[in-house]
Design a protein around this ligand. Structure first.
Ligand code: PMT
Length: 397
């Protein structure tokens, strides 16, 4: 429920404006106070009377409307908003916001507000993929604006591709997540690694492990929900990319090493939950290895230890490792904290029920660099993710 929450809904000109009516109605049903601001072009698609009837509030359509009250409309809405949602958002309005142009009721309100901002783009695929639009989106993301990605499908213009505004139900869920989740990672960058690595033997076969990526994806999702800019470097995984996360897919440990080294500079917190192969075949056959004798010996060569490398130039970053063990969990994990220069390590034992690979839960011991241990009982990986992030924030402080 959104009781006592003030949501300002900006509606731009596009056929998806009709979906903003459903969004208004959904938010009202959740007890939010909704104030709608329409751009001139939005009024070509839906009348202000529709939004007025649904929101039970006056609708702002013009910056120079006579104020209904003594306050100047765009300033009063900017101040009272808990969140400003722009749905649908056109390339035009995204461009204006990214470049500091405030020339109508919606853009002036956004510019004058310190509230959370959520943007739901809707436009033709080519427009959405245009580098200028993408640059503007990237810049706004860096400035803390949240985005809900458009979906793919048949667009109003007849093209098929990305550009359909996210569904009102998904936008409502995102608003809930933003309004009801503490934004304590706002302005921070979190780099998470997840999943297994895949070390090729030949074009057909590889060495890997049982990691699915669930643990790392849960951390990335929670960090983004708490306001962080999140880079997720993932080995092969079928999981969907969490909202608001920038995903980098990699295959081998060497690929992961190269990608992490490129991204690490801006990171405030690095969490290495990936199960990285310690060794790779020393040689990769360019053709499928044919069956021959009774034995086949594959020589392995050591992979770079990504975490250890990060630990060498840790600086002010919070560096968190994972340890997967089958014996001597605490001793082995403690040794890794010291060797890799970590702030703390999250240790899980494959033999413990509900812990480790593939499931939705984990059971861990969090071991600090001072040696202290916190035992975390069976929890969902999403709940454990919040505990890890809470601890990372306390280390940062
Ligand atoms: O993905 P899921 O199915 O949800 O499973 C989650 C998990 C079991 C993979 C996860 O909870 C976990 O334990 N991840 C770490 C597994 C692991 O590789 O542990 P390790 O003890 O071998 O490595 C120690 C740390 O060094 C890890 O943070 C690892 O990412 C890092 N490492 C290891 C080797 C290497 N070459 N480079 C590294 O950075």
């Amino acid at each position: 429920m959104f009781s006592n929450k003030n949501i300002v809904l900006g509606v731009c000109g596009g056929i998806a404006a009709y979906k903003a009516c459903e969004l208004t109605s959904r938010l009202k049903k959740q007890s939010a106070n909704v104030d709608v601001i329409m751009t001139k072009s939005a009024a070509e698609f839906v009348t202000s009377l529709t939004f007025q009837s649904l929101s039970l509030n006056q609708v702002v359509t013009d910056m120079f409307d006579k104020p209904k009250y003594w306050e100047i409309e765009h300033i009063s809405l900017a101040k009272k908003a808990d969140i400003i949602v722009i749905a649908p958002a056109t390339a035009n309005v995204i461009g204006k916001l990214a470049n500091g142009i405030a020339d109508d009721a919606l853009t002036t309100t956004v510019m004058a507000s310190k509230a959370l901002k959520l943007i739901a783009p809707a436009m033709n695929t080519n427009m959405y993929e245009n580098v200028i639009v993408q640059k503007n989106i990237e810049l706004l993301k860096q400035l803390g604006y949240h985005f809900i990605e458009p979906g793919e499908g048949r667009l109003a213009c007849g093209d098929i591709g990305k550009g359909k505004m996210a569904e009102p139900e998904a936008i409502e869920a995102r608003i809930k997540e933003l309004l009801l989740t503490n934004q304590d990672l706002q302005g921070k960058t979190v780099l998470v690694t997840a999943g297994p690595t895949r070390e090729a033997i030949d074009p057909v076969r590889f060495i890997t492990n049982h990691s699915t990526g669930k643990m790392g994806f849960a951390i990335a999702e929670k960090a983004a929900a708490r306001g962080a800019k999140v880079y997720l470097v993932s080995g092969p995984s079928n999981l969907a990319t969490p909202h608001g996360v920038d995903r980098f897919d990699v295959e081998s440990a060497v690929n992961m090493y190269e990608t992490v080294m490129k991204l690490k500079e801006n990171a405030d917190i690095i969490i290495k939950s990936a199960a990285v192969a310690d060794y790779r075949p020393a040689e990769q056959s360019s053709e499928k290895i044919k069956k021959s004798g009774d034995e086949l010996i594959i020589k392995l060569q050591k992979n770079p230890d990504i975490l250890q490398e990060l630990g060498k130039n840790k600086g002010n970053k919070v560096l968190i490792g994972f340890a997967m063990e089958t014996q001597n969990l605490i001793e082995n994990a403690r040794a890794k904290v010291a060797r890799k220069n970590l702030d703390f390590i999250v240790a899980n034992d494959l033999r413990t029920e509900g812990a480790g690979f593939a499931g939705d839960t984990n059971v861990v011991k969090i071991i600090d660099k001072d040696g202290s241990i916190v035992e975390v009982p069976l929890l969902r990986k999403s709940e454990l993710a919040d505990i890890i992030l809470d601890k990372a924030i306390s280390v940062m402080k």
